[in-house]
Design a protein. Structure first.
Length: 183
């Protein structure tokens, strides 16, 4: 880590299909030395090694995924100069506490924002994708509803805005959090 730099994670939450990864890609371009870390890669790895009988249809249910995600994000944040940008839907309050709360508990500054849009907008975006999005489509209402909760209250309205515009809004929020924390 660069001298004087404080570890920083920017967690971009939101319903599946709302645009988290596109916004994260743009944000990485806007923040000096930032990197993208997608915990889905850990989920894919665990799907290969954890016995099928111990899995559900959501890799977040695998305790090792939550622990590895917290550890990897914390380690990346502590060992490099730029922000670690994490685009990941995390709406289960307990899992959110384990992962996001755990990263904060590890002494890493974490800015959490939730990209939000009405269910019909998210559904339309998912249907416009080329792959089979049935799993995500079945979770739209649940995600949108959960993200309306107080725990996920730092909202960025993703309706009708480009990924670049949203990344600029997120960057502004990151700056506010960093300046407030430095004061």
């Amino acid at each position: 880590m660069a001298a004087g730099a404080e570890p920083l994670v920017v967690w971009i939450n939101g319903a599946f299909g709302v645009g988290k990864t596109a916004v994260a890609d743009e944000l990485v371009r806007l923040l000096p030395n930032a990197i993208l870390f997608d915990p889905e890669s850990l989920g894919a790895l665990l799907r290969e090694v954890v016995p099928t009988a111990e899995q559900t249809d959501d890799f977040q249910d695998i305790p090792a995924w939550r622990e590895l995600t917290r550890t990897a994000v914390t380690s990346l944040a502590r060992t490099r100069a730029g922000a670690v940008v994490v685009p990941m839907t995390l709406v289960d309050e307990g899992y959110f506490g384990e992962v996001v709360g755990g990263i904060r508990g590890d002494g890493v500054r974490l800015v959490h924002v939730s990209l939000v849009a009405p269910p019909d907008v998210v559904t339309a975006r998912l249907r416009a994708r080329s792959g089979n999005e049935q799993w995500a489509l079945e979770r739209v209402e649940c995600c949108v509803s959960a993200l309306a909760g107080e725990r996920f209250a730092e909202h960025v309205d993703a309706t009708g805005a480009s990924p670049r515009e949203l990344a600029l809004r997120v960057r502004a929020r990151v700056r506010v959090h960093v300046e407030v924390g430095a004061a």
